[in-house]
Design a protein around this ligand. Structure first.
Ligand code: GCW
Length: 677
């Protein structure tokens, strides 16, 4: 059992008159200049059929036509006008609407967008939209293991694997439809930590199912990718994985040929090498480029890509060592390799230099490399942001990352990963996915907004986070609210309330979490719940260094020197506590608790205040959610309500553990006299 996510169509909820007009106009659908045998074209036809028959509650006439008609809804493949790779145009015609694209992916996205606009009531006036996706690759990374569990999965087990076998069923199709509807065009189905049976995903044992899956994905314009173990040849009996060893090169050449013969639609490999115990080229004193390029050359004849992660750092460092700084690692390992990668290699870089914390600076690799394909990696699985039990809508955070000015040619992160600055096509955005086999796919129903939002944002990075939230709320809750109700006050209340909760959620989470950008302070391994010193005396390189006088890490020139990995303008900004954005103050500086912030409050008072405020915010969000009881379906209401119950208690736990820790360390009282323990 599974929900249809935001594709849960219901009868149109416009006023009768408007609905009748639209229903008349759209009673005929024509495919023009389209190949009826094309797999994506077939999907589009099905999608329109499914959507319209529910939305208008009657059968629609769908035809392929050679005539250039502009009545009803016409979907056309056009060549005279350039609409860009995967781009589309939706416009009003004389007696209907026209969706145009240069190829089928574009037409598919246009069709989905059209259905969405229809549901959102946006087709009542003249429309003329041209949209080409901002990012060439819009990818989801699943960390699913073949045993069926999911690394950092918070919504059940895998729907791709169980007991070391692949699962292909109607849910697979639902998944492909849903993610394609928001513009996803690439999916990695297995964990980057490739373990056990997953080493054999590209072997006789699984070729047949992999091919089937790649075809289901291709029906929706999605390329299937697979995570591979860098040392795969050794799993198959070779005694080395040295990228310069001729036997290794030949092994991969043969492997890629075989893979192509068996899964011709495969997009390529994702690789986590030399990271957290994974094998990699360092074992042979080779560089990351040596490793990536060897694979890239092997897969190039088949048009494949190698997506190589930059999450390389020493996870066995000595906490006593003041010089080593994990934040520096990505840049230190990769910066000097700029320009040395094959054209079909893309470096996948996490948004920050650490690891998906609630707040981090942008990785200095963005802006550090000028001649290398780059992709931004974010995490919608809320590993450090409440694990889909706390509501935490992350799109506002991703927007901050995308708009960050790297000062490399004044390019923002979005300019770089879209390929706009370097004119490259192998670029884009990837998200560590938050789905599992729970009925609602994402555990918390509100976490669905992150899945929807990531797709929409990676397609169109200019969309405001708030618009994405309200669109999702309306599309997802449409069925929950019930027929017609979006026309009335209840429908508006639902959408406004949910949007408001979503928009408040990340700032609230940040407030009751680790303060001022320092990060961590969570329970080791599970990464859930407060434990201020949990990682303090550990080998993971994630220290806050709090003593009774001061807290924070000096990453300026006089400290670890991390700041100098940024372009001058940013290095200067971060170097001084006066110009450093305050939300990152303790990431870059070690400061006494009585240091006064711009708000006039000391750091210690800021810690107390924000933690009380954060927990208070959660109560307010829950109150707001409670006001929706009876206005949305009971099951959605109850599922989220029980999570809010937990979040209320758990945010208090964060508040009290963090506040009491600093009260005990410093002996400084809260100037508002609230309870500290
Ligand atoms: O955030 C850390 C996670 C690991 C993960 C790693 C990575 C897949 O705790 O579970 O491993 O990042 O991104 O590779």
């Amino acid at each position: 059992m599974y929900s249809s996510l935001w594709l849960n169509y219901t009868k149109l909820t416009l006023s009768d008159e408007k609905e009748k007009r639209l229903s008349d106009i759209l009673s005929d659908v024509f495919f023009i200049g389209c190949d009826p045998e094309n797999r994506i074209c077939k999907s589009i036809k099905n999608e329109i059929d499914t959507a319209f028959s529910t939305i208008f509650d009657r059968k629609i006439n769908i035809e392929f036509s050679d005539e250039d008609r502009e009545t009803g809804l016409s979907l056309k493949i056009v060549s005279k006008e350039k609409l860009g790779d995967e781009g589309y145009r939706i416009k009003t015609s004389e007696e209907g609407f026209v969706i145009e694209a240069n190829e089928y992916n574009g037409l598919l996205y246009g069709a989905f967008r059209f259905i969405e606009m229809l549901r959102l009531g946006k087709l009542t006036e003249e429309v003329n939209i041209i949209k080409t996706p901002d990012n060439p690759l819009r990818m989801l990374n699943h960390w699913d293991n073949m045993t069926g569990d999911i690394e950092r999965g918070y919504s059940g087990n895998s729907f791709f694997f169980e007991d070391n076998e692949m699962i292909i069923n109607d849910r697979t199709v639902m998944y492909a439809r849903a993610v394609a509807s928001v513009g996803i065009n690439a999916v990695v189905i297995n964990n980057v930590n490739v373990k056990g049976e997953a080493s054999y995903l590209i072997s006789e044992r699984h070729y047949e199912n992999m091919r089937k899956l790649s075809e289901i994905f291709a029906d929706y314009g999605i390329k299937l990718f697979v995570s591979v173990n860098y040392a795969l040849p050794m799993e198959y009996g070779l005694d080395s994985a040295d990228p310069l060893d001729e036997r290794v090169i030949v092994w991969w050449n043969n492997k890629c040929k075989e893979v192509h013969e068996n899964i011709p639609l495969l997009g390529g490999f994702l690789v986590k090498a030399d990271s957290e115990g994974r094998p990699g080229p360092f074992t042979y004193q080779r560089t990351q480029a040596d490793g990536a390029n060897m694979l890239a050359r092997a897969i190039a004849p088949y048009g494949g890509l190698i997506i190589w992660r930059c999450f390389v750092y020493n996870c066995k460092q000595d906490w006593r060592d003041e010089k080593t700084d994990r934040a520096r690692a990505g840049y230190d390992y990769f910066r000097d390799l700029d320009g040395k990668f094959e054209r079909n290699v893309i470096l996948q870089i996490k948004n920050g230099p650490m690891d998906f914390q609630v707040r981090e600076p942008v990785s200095p690799l963005f802006g550090g490399m000028e001649h290398t394909n780059q992709m931004l990696e974010v995490q919608i699985a809320q590993e450090y942001t409440g694990q889909q039990r706390h509501v935490c809508y992350l799109i506002p955070w991703f927007k901050e990352v995308l708009t960050f000015n790297t000062h490399m040619k004044e390019a923002s992160v979005a300019d770089i990963v879209s390929g706009r600055v370097m004119g490259n096509k192998n670029a884009g955005m990837a998200a560590v996915c938050n789905t599992g086999n729970d009925y609602n796919w994402t555990g918390h129903d509100l976490a669905g907004a992150n899945l929807y939002g990531f797709g929409r944002l990676s397609f169109d990075t200019s969309l405001p986070a708030e618009d994405i939230a309200s669109e999702w709320a309306r599309l997802y809750l449409a069925s929950a609210v019930g027929e017609k109700s979006f026309e009335n006050i209840n429908g508006k209340t639902v959408v406004d309330t949910v949007t408001d909760i979503l928009m408040r959620s990340w700032p609230a989470y940040e407030k009751y979490n680790a303060p001022l950008g320092i990060g961590w302070m969570c329970v080791p391994n599970i990464h859930y719940g407060p434990d201020v010193d949990g990682y303090e005396y550990s080998p993971w390189g994630t220290y806050h260094k709090a003593d009774h006088n001061a807290i924070g890490r000096d990453r300026t020139e006089s400290g670890t020197g991390f700041v100098s990995q940024y372009r001058k303008e940013n290095a200067d900004m971060y170097s001084s506590p006066e110009t450093c954005p305050e939300e990152l103050l303790l990431f870059f500086h070690r400061l006494p608790y009585n240091y006064v912030l711009k708000s006039g409050r000391t750091i210690i008072q800021h810690i107390y205040d924000t933690h009380f405020e954060g927990a208070e915010e959660v109560l307010k969000m829950y109150e707001a959610w409670k006001s929706l009881k009876g206005l949305i379906s009971d099951d959605v209401y109850e599922r989220a309500a029980s999570r809010f119950e937990h979040q209320v208690e758990h945010s208090k736990e964060w508040r009290d553990v963090i506040n009491s820790y600093f009260f005990r360390k410093t002996g400084i009282k809260d100037d508002k006299g609230r309870d500290l323990y």
